[in-house]
Design a protein around this ligand. Sequence first.
Ligand SMILES: [Zn+2]
Length: 155
Amino acid sequence: MAAVRVPRWEAGRCGVCRRRCSGYDPGEGRRRWRALDLETCPTYLEAAAPRVRCAVHGVVDAAVPWARHGAAHTRDFDDTAAWLVTHTAKSTTVQLLRVAWRTVGAIVTRVSTDAQAQQDRYAHLRRISLISKTWRAQRDLNPRSQIRSLVLYPG
Ligand SMILES: [Zn+2]
């Protein structure tokens, strides 16, 4: 187990939006996050987990740079589990990282949500074409029935 603390410039931020907030209380004391094993030794990070009062999200756990909000695992652990699950069977991931089946699912959801929030899937979109493929739809004058598929051309 490694005792860590949030650097001064990262302290007092909302766990959801990471805006700087006023402190609320010390939370439930010290908290642990599961980290990637050091060789065969299970590793945990332990740190104080204060709560802050965010103007948007209310009273929430303060952000920590090593883990996503609400996670019991470090960001590296989450990323490794998500990568493993895309390259191996889920059962292999469960055995290799020594986590529960449901935990892998929760980690994948968390990593996926985080990745989607960081990118705009339509940022490079240049053109949208509507194609009608059926003869019946082409003869139909109702424009709504002519829309059969949407083709997106990423720039
Ligand atoms: Zn917030």
